[in-house]
Design a protein. Structure first.
Length: 606
């Protein structure tokens, strides 16, 4: 959801704010806006435009006054359509206070009615505008102290928010706050930054500070003060960002997604380093695993598909029952959960609101939480009893690829760890699976070397209205992931089915020329045969079948050959051609690959 950036320092603010917005545009791209402070007493300089950041940048060609402090916002609309007026920043009625916001203010209607009754005049349809009016009054009550005003206002808000505010009378100061929505501080030399994530300021500093729930941060070029809502000063929690600016750039690839597909071997290798012979106690010390009797995996979208694969591995290797739940459904059905339940939230961003809320529900009912996350310092790992970080590096394209690959690896590592703790795995098996895991990066490289013909082939189906994906066992979640990728990127109807379900309804969708992707690596002879029959069945009804397999599939129309690996590890290899199909289809249909319509990378609202 919306991207937020703030800069105050010795340099001109415009360049770092724009650079930050460019790097955060993956979070939302319905509209963008900037507010800059000038000298004390001069009015704020504000520009905002509906549409992508490029629209805003075009207006800046007409000249921008020099400023050393400013805030910028890129929006994913929730309340109020993507118009110039609804774009952030929003101003108070004096035009002196500017505010940007990510999240949803749930009590904005009652606040708005009360503020209008007091004479405040609203311009937009957003929930955010209530906050700027409230903040304006609170600042006056606190004699111009913006941080004190922010604390008071946050205590009045319900919902989720990251807020940044500036005031024209105090041009070097930016005040921010967060609840259930991300905000990090970048610590520079004579300059400081605030942003939704570290990629916004990574080319300027590698020093970052975490902010906790309901904390307010007040920055000037030389000072950073963090307080709770009661005004108590809190010690900074500093960490070093482990990747550099080039990791957040396209590096010669036409799109971030393509770059990220090709980064998968490294992401997998980085996630495996030091963990193949077991997870060490620095990761698992917060957990008491011996007495657990059930595992619940909670996640959304692609991460949910990684969880489905994890279920197969944990049930088989650790002998525990596993439920995989859509995080958005979990807490609302009030599921049974107790201290013997291990909950595993999976999240690339670590900020997905549905996952966070489901995890909090489970924790409040006594469950232990062992999260899988790609983003250091984010909320989900901070609130977990233990975390297994994936090392995919920054994933900028909205559609998840390398994060998925590393989430799969994390699920295998957790399944093996649980099986080991429960004494169920022999040293021979652990050695064998360890070897197979170690070979995954090289095998993904091999897949990437052979997908070129698939790019050409995919373009042939550019005008198809629908594409189906079939798989069995762990091939089924892989098929679901292939269908999700295609929907997101190609805006094409796509569905994934277990091969065996076909005859129970979906086969009616098959028509002359319908493209069907069959995920059918070998490993389980019985299932291989059954998938081969499914291929025959759809082909007999006119389907064009693209098989993804490590052996010949005579009935298929086209074959994408992938290397052989352990049956459970196959999704790591077989998903790669599916990602390439979705990528190529999006390009062929002229879609925006990295920023597909209606989506945002980090879904921080429920
Ligand atoms: C799909 C995709 C989404 C995310 C989902 C969860 O390509 O990216 O389905 O997987 O929104 O996001 P995280 O992993 O950040 O919790």
């Amino acid at each position: 959801m919306c991207g937020i950036v703030g800069y105050t320092g010795k340099n001109s603010a415009l360049a770092p704010v724009l650079e930050g917005l460019r790097r955060l545009e993956y979070r939302g791209y319905d509209s963008a806006g900037i507010a800059l402070t000038l000298e004390a007493g001069l009015p704020l300089w504000v520009e905002k435009r509906a549409g992508k950041l490029g629209n805003l940048e075009e207006t800046l060609d007409q000249g921008v006054p020099t400023s050393h402090s400013g805030i910028g916002h890129t929006r994913w609309a929730t309340h109020g359509g993507p118009t110039d007026t609804n774009a952030h920043p929003h101003l108070d009625n004096d035009g002196k206070l500017a505010l940007i916001h990510n999240g949803i203010i749930e009590n904005y209607v009652e606040l708005r009615l009360a503020l209008e009754a007091k004479g405040h005049h609203f311009k937009s349809e957003t929930d955010t505008e209530s906050v700027v009016h409230l903040l304006s009054d609170a600042r006056k009550e606190h004699g111009g102290d913006l941080a004190a005003a922010m604390r008071q206002v946050c205590a009045q808000l319900r919902g989720s928010f990251t807020l940044l505010a500036i005031h024209s009378d105090d041009p070097e100061r930016i005040v921010g706050a967060r609840r259930n929505s991300p905000l990090v501080v970048g610590v520079g030399d004579g300059e400081n930054f605030l942003a939704s994530d570290v990629s916004a300021f990574i080319s300027h500093t590698k020093r970052a500070l975490e902010l906790g729930q309901d904390e307010v941060v007040d920055i000037t070029p030389t000072k950073i003060t963090i307080t709770d809502l009661a005004g108590n000063t809190l010690p900074p929690n500093e960490y070093e960002i482990s990747w550099d600016a080039s990791a957040a750039e396209r590096g010669g690839f036409s799109h971030f997604m393509l770059k990220e597909i090709y980064e998968q071997p490294k992401a997998i290798a980085d996630t495996l380093i030091g963990r193949m012979s077991g997870l060490d106690s620095s990761i698992t010390s917060g957990l008491e695993l011996v007495n657990i009797n059930k595992v619940v995996i909670i996640a959304c979208g692609t991460a949910y598909h990684a969880g489905l694969v994890g279920k197969y591995a944990i049930e088989k290797w650790a002998g525990l029952p596993v439920e995989v739940e859509f995080a958005s459904e979990y807490r609302y059905r009030e599921p049974y959960v107790d201290a013997a339940t291990l909950v595993i939230p999976i999240s690339q961003s670590g900020e997905t609101m549905d996952t966070l809320m489901a995890m909090r529900y489970a924790k409040s009912h006594g469950a232990q939480v062992f999260s899988v996350c790609n983003t250091n310092g984010s909320t989900i790992p901070r609130e977990s009893d233990a975390v297994l970080y994936t090392f995919a590096g920054p994933e900028i394209a909205v559609a998840s690829t390398k994060a998925f690959a590393t989430q799969l690896v994390a699920m295998y590592l957790i399944a093996l760890h649980l099986g080991t703790v429960r004494g169920l795995l022999s040293p021979e098996f652990l050695a064998q699976i360890g070897d197979e895991l170690a070979e995954l990066p090289g095998k993904v490289e091999q897949v990437l070397e052979t997908v070129e013909p698939l790019r050409e082939l995919t373009r042939k189906f550019k005008d198809s209205t629908s594409m189906l994906f079939l798989g069995r066992h762990v091939g089924f979640p892989t098929a679901l992931e292939g269908a999700l990728k295609l929907k997101e990127l190609a805006y094409m109807h796509a569905e994934g089915f277990p091969g065996g379900e076909l005859k129970h309804g979906p086969i009616a969708l098959i028509d002359e020329g319908t493209p069907v992707v069959a995920v059918m690596p070998t490993g389980n002879a019985l299932l291989t045969e059954k998938m081969a029959s499914n291929v025959q069945e759809v082909k007999a009804r006119g389907a064009v079948v693209i098989a993804i397999s490590d052996v010949d599939v005579p009935a298929a129309t086209h074959l994408i050959r992938i290397p052989t690996t352990h049956e459970f590890l196959q999704p790591v290899l077989s998903v790669v051609p599916l990602q390439v199909i979705a990528y190529e289809m999006a390009v062929a249909r002229g879609n925006d690959v990295d920023q597909p319509r209606n989506l945002a990378k980090s879904v921080t609202v429920e």
